[in-house]
Design a protein around this ligand. Structure first.
Ligand SMILES: *[C@@H]1O[C@H](CO)[C@@H](O)[C@H](O)[C@H]1NC(C)=O
Ligand SMILES: *[C@@H]1O[C@H](CO)[C@@H](O)[C@H](O)[C@H]1NC(C)=O
Ligand SMILES: *[C@@H]1O[C@H](CO)[C@@H](O)[C@H](O)[C@H]1NC(C)=O
Ligand SMILES: *[C@@H]1O[C@H](CO)[C@@H](O)[C@H](O)[C@H]1NC(C)=O
Ligand SMILES: *[C@@H]1O[C@H](CO)[C@@H](O)[C@H](O)[C@H]1NC(C)=O
Ligand SMILES: *[C@@H]1O[C@H](CO)[C@@H](O)[C@H](O)[C@H]1NC(C)=O
Ligand SMILES: *[C@@H]1O[C@H](CO)[C@@H](O)[C@H](O)[C@H]1NC(C)=O
Ligand SMILES: *[C@@H]1O[C@H](CO)[C@@H](O)[C@H](O)[C@H]1NC(C)=O
Ligand SMILES: *[C@@H]1O[C@H](CO)[C@@H](O)[C@H](O)[C@H]1NC(C)=O
Length: 888
């Protein structure tokens, strides 16, 4: 009886439920048709009446209800209210479109919703209070819109919220206290708004907060201790607010904190010694505050520290010599404090130091002769201190210097002629306000990139040497208040300068001062100011680029070193044990290849160096011959140690998802193997190698020279692959000719797509030490944003296109110091070279048609590599432009 009863309840329940579902299904179908009409999604339903197969739609496999709607990056606009009728929706992504008006309050009815991304649209007005009803929401992204008003208190009910991003809007009011009550909160970003008030004192107390970014608001009060309480913080960015109070000792709880940026506030007190416990610290930026006390020696325990910026504070005392142990330190900026002491020798032992800014303090002592033992130094800024003694001749060893500032010290002796050996010196050479005497060395004339020269206010004497006319890039000069005499050489930059640049000398004459009587230098050498401004821009631009690329190269180098050590260690361990490592997981996605692939053989292959084909930024690739005769390419992922163990199932899901991403120009994984902490991805083997080999390696295919049509087809193929990736919202993290593979017909396939999904750059930790791409392909803005973006991809693609057009490597010493392929090509007009002179003449001289097409492709490449990300075309547009070339 009981059994029957139970049975009927179950049966009844089942029936009514399925009827309900039927009604809902019909409802979902109608809703989707309405959405298609409203948003102009004409391609929905064209081929297939099963809406679950339409692009951007995901259904529950058991009841076919729409659970996922991804309409990101489709240039859509229109009324999205109707989407609220998809009652089973768990995932809604409308990011990167042109939706405007208010966020529909009806979205509050999507009670199953877990992920809501409305970022990068033009949604305005205030955040609807109805969103507070989305009790299952884990991720809410409203960033990069035009939202105004306060963050509504009704959102307090979103107890499951993990990621909460509202940056770059016009939100005002204060950060609600309840944000600190969200027990699952990991990521909270609200930067670039108009927020006022204080940071809630409970933020971080109730959840393991990892990323907090509130920069560029008007926040007041102190940095609450609470954010350090659970010790999980990894990235803290509070720059450009009005914060006061001290940095507390609690900061030492956060061993994983890699980035601390609190500059441009009103923070007081000293830096706590517990900073030494923050062992992951990479960036510490606290400039323009009211900090005081001494620079603590404990910084030296943060062995990863790359940037230490304490400029414009009230620090006193000396820089502890232990700072010299920081082998990874690239920038030390302590200008405008009250620091003193003889510090140069100890600091200069930081072997990766790139920028040293000690200006405007009270440092003393002499300039040591081993000043440039470390030759990486590009910025040496020592002005406004009390340095004394002579400038050592060894200054000439500082061959990488772009800027040398030594003004306003007590330097004596003569100017060493070796300064003229610093051929890179571009931005400025400033020796003003010292006690230098003697003549100006004629070697200075060799500084043909130098833009600004200031030797004013010394006791220099003699003529201004005619040889200085070799300083072709000069814009700004100052020789005033010395003991110079004789005629001012006739040289554009001199005569264009105001007379004040020459005043206060003993006997200088000629333009711009009064004439010398007898000799009358009046030929003006046709100097054009316009040109000089181009030069200054170019020079300063390239100076920056040099800095950027060097910084990143150092990072990559450090990373590679670490990985190689790790691989070596792993290798030794492997050899030591005879036991075959046990395979934890493995799968082949392609049904008819299952028989042909043997996982043990795959693993064995990766243990022999001789099987290695290449070594990339993120992986090594091996050639594996299966017992069945099939040849595979096996990719061993690097730097994955923790990821493999902690995120195995997530990784497997991503790889499986990517294996379903069909595009002719993308390399698709056909399977994977995981053993110990190693992840291997299986791909088809491409016998024609990479694009880099095809273009640059004449030993690989000696008898095959790719002609222009082949190259153009490859260029279009790569562009199509990338356009598709962007279409599905995947940013490639390592575009380079080394990651473009060629099949038997020389069709191009973009590889390393997995990396962007397996290494997670959206997590702050990846910002400095992980994801940068390959040297020569890294967009200039990366140095500031530390984020790879779609326009960044376009830049890297532009570099690949330039390689195809010029048959030159992205970085080559032949371009000159600090000049990469992009700079070299962009600077061609300034050098007076025609576009033809940069194209590969072996191709461009073959036929008039080829030449014309190459010039058109060059234009596209120039657009792609524009310095300003916003000016670069979208990948889709690039495809169109290149296709137009073939059609004309
Ligand atoms: C529809 O089918 C055509 C031909 O099979 C195909 O080219 C097109 O990509 C399909 N469209 C969609 C939206 O699936
Ligand atoms: C599909 O829907 C059913 C019933 O609503 C639910 O129990 C199940 O978890 C859903 N499946 C997935 C994969 O979400
Ligand atoms: C959007 O559509 C809904 C009905 O789906 C309607 O109530 C609302 O007024 C529309 N909004 C606008 C701005 O047209
Ligand atoms: C939410 O759903 C209820 C009932 O289904 C409806 O009455 C209400 O109008 C909806 N809210 C919005 C804002 O559309
Ligand atoms: C919006 O934020 C969520 C949560 O942090 C994130 O997963 C998503 O990628 C973001 N959207 C975009 C377009 O970046
Ligand atoms: C936050 O939680 C605390 C303690 O759990 C509670 O007393 C307080 O009212 C909550 N604050 C808000 C704004 O929800
Ligand atoms: C905060 O800084 C002030 C000013 O330097 C100092 O007097 C005070 O002791 C500091 N407080 C703490 C808790 O460190
Ligand atoms: C510079 O190099 C010299 C000789 O190689 C060495 O004796 C000296 O210790 C080095 N100085 C620094 C600061 O590394
Ligand atoms: C440098 O300054 C310190 C402290 O101000 C002083 O004791 C020392 O004598 C100075 N050294 C030189 C060489 O001037």
């Amino acid at each position: 009886m009981e059994f029957l009863c139970l049975f009927s309840i179950l049966l009844f329940g089942f029936l009514s439920r399925s009827q309900l579902v039927d009604a809902q299904l019909h409802h979902d179908q109608t809703t989707l048709q309405t959405i298609a009409k409203e948003l102009g999604l004409t391609y929905w339903g064209l081929n297939n009446s099963d809406y679950c197969s339409w692009s951007g739609i995901g259904c529950n496999s058991s009841n076919s209800m729409v659970e996922k709607l991804d309409l990101s990056r489709r240039g859509l606009e229109g009324n999205v209210t109707i989407i609220s009728e998809l009652k089973a929706l768990k995932w809604l992504d409308l990011s990167y479109n042109n939706f405007h008006g208010s966020i529909p309050p009806a979205f509050g009815n999507l009670s199953e919703l877990e992920f809501l991304d409305l970022s990068s649209n033009k949604f305005g007005n205030s955040i609807p209070v109805e969103l507070g009803r989305l009790r299952n929401l884990r991720s809410l992204n409203l960033s990069n819109n035009l939202l105004i008003g306060q963050v509504p208190d009704e959102l307090e009910g979103l107890e499951k919220l993990r990621d909460f991003q509202i940056f770059t809007n016009r939100l005002n009011g204060s950060i609600p206290f309840w944000v600190g009550n969200l027990t699952n909160l990991r990521v909270f970003t609200a930067y670039e708004n108009e927020l006022v008030g204080t940071i809630p004192g409970n933020l971080g107390l109730n959840s393991e907060l990892q990323l907090l970014n509130l920069h560029s608001n008007q926040l007041e009060g102190t940095i609450p201790d609470s954010i350090f309480a659970l010790g999980k913080l990894e990235v803290l960015v509070l720059t450009q607010n009005k914060l006061t109070g001290n940095i507390t000792e609690a900061i030492g709880n956060c061993k994983g904190l890699s980035s601390i940026r609190i500059g441009n506030n009103k923070i007081i007190g000293s830096i706590p010694r517990t900073i030494g416990n923050v062992s992951s610290l990479t960036y510490f930026e606290a400039d323009n505050n009211n900090l005081s006390g001494e620079i603590v020696a404990e910084f030296s325990q943060c062995s990863n520290l790359s940037l230490l910026n304490l400029a414009s504070n009230g620090f006193t005392g000396t820089i502890p010599p232990e700072i010299g142990q920081l082998g990874n330190l690239q920038e030390l900026i302590v200008s405008s404090n009250s620091l003193f002491g003889k510090v140069l020798t100890s600091i200069l032992s930081c072997k990766n130091l790139n920028k040293l800014d000690l200006s405007n303090n009270r440092f003393n002592g002499t300039i040591p002769v081993d000043i440039c033992n470390t030759t990486r130094l590009q910025y040496l800024l020592l002005s406004q201190n009390s340095f004394s003694g002579e400038i050592p001749h060894e200054i000439g060893n500082c061959v990488k210097l772009l800027e040398l500032q030594m003004g306003s010290n007590y330097l004596t002796g003569t100017i060493p002629p070796e300064i003229g050996h610093i051929k890179n010196l571009q931005i400025a050479l400033n020796l003003s306000f010292n006690h230098l005497h003697g003549p100006l060395p004629i070697d200075l004339g060799r500084l043909d990139k130098l833009v600004s020269l200031d030797v004013s206010n010394n006791q220099l004497f003699g003529n201004i040497p005619i040889a200085l006319k070799g300083m072709l890039s000069l814009i700004e000069v100052n020789f005033s208040n010395n003991l110079f005499n004789g005629p001012i050489p006739t040289f554009g930059p001199f005569q264009k300068s105001p007379s004040s640049s020459f005043l206060g000398n003993k006997g200088l004459c000629g333009e711009p001062l009064s004439s010398c009587g007898n000799f009358n230098g009046s030929d003006h050498e046709g100097y054009h100011h316009k040109v000089s401004y181009k030069i200054i821009l170019a020079v300063i631009g390239s100076g920056l680029a040099v800095f950027v690329s060097v910084t990143i190269v150092v990072l990559l180098f450090m990373m590679r070193e670490r990985q190689e050590n790790a691989t070596k260690a792993a290798g030794i361990a492997d050899e030591g044990s005879n036991n075959r490592p046990s395979i934890i997981a493995g799968n082949v996605f392609v049904e008819n290849l299952r028989q042909a692939i043997d996982f043990d053989a795959v693993v064995k292959t990766t243990m022999k160096e001789s099987n290695k084909l290449s070594n990339g930024t993120f992986s090594s690739v091996y050639k594996a011959v299966m017992p069945s005769g099939m040849v595979l390419s096996v990719k061993r992922l690097k730097s994955m140690d923790r990821t493999v163990i902690d995120h195995q199932s997530k990784m497997i899901r991503e790889v499986e998802r990517l294996s379903k991403l069909h595009h002719d120009n993308l390399v698709r994984p056909i399977g994977y193997v995981i053993y110990e902490d190693v992840a291997l991805l299986l791909h088809h083997y491409f016998p024609n190698g990479t694009l880099a080999q095809l273009i640059h390696d004449s030993t690989k295919l000696p008898d095959y020279k790719p002609d222009w049509p082949t190259r153009l087809a490859i260029a279009i193929g790569v562009a199509e692959g990338l356009a598709f990736l962007h279409h599905v919202a995947i940013i490639h993290l390592d575009i380079s000719s080394f990651n473009v593979l060629l099949d038997a017909d020389f069709k191009a396939l973009v590889g390393e797509v997995e990396i962007s999904k397996l290494l997670d750059p959206s997590r702050g930790t990846a910002s400095i030490s992980a994801v940068a791409g390959s040297f020569g392909y890294i967009p200039p803005e990366y140095a500031y944003t530390m984020q790879v973006t779609a326009p960044g991809n376009v830049y890297s693609y532009g570099v690949v296109l330039l390689e195809i057009l010029t048959t030159r490597l992205p970085v080559d010493e032949a371009f000159g110091e600090g000049i990469d392929l992009v700079k070299w090509v962009h600077n061609a007009p300034a050098r007076g070279e025609t576009p033809e002179q940069i194209l590969d003449a072996k191709l461009s001289t073959v036929s008039f048609t080829w030449r014309k097409e190459m010039l058109a492709a060059l234009k596209v490449a120039l657009l792609c590599t524009d310095n300003t990300p916003a000016k670069r075309p979208k990948m889709k547009k690039v495809v169109e432009m290149l296709q137009e070339i073939t059609q004309n």
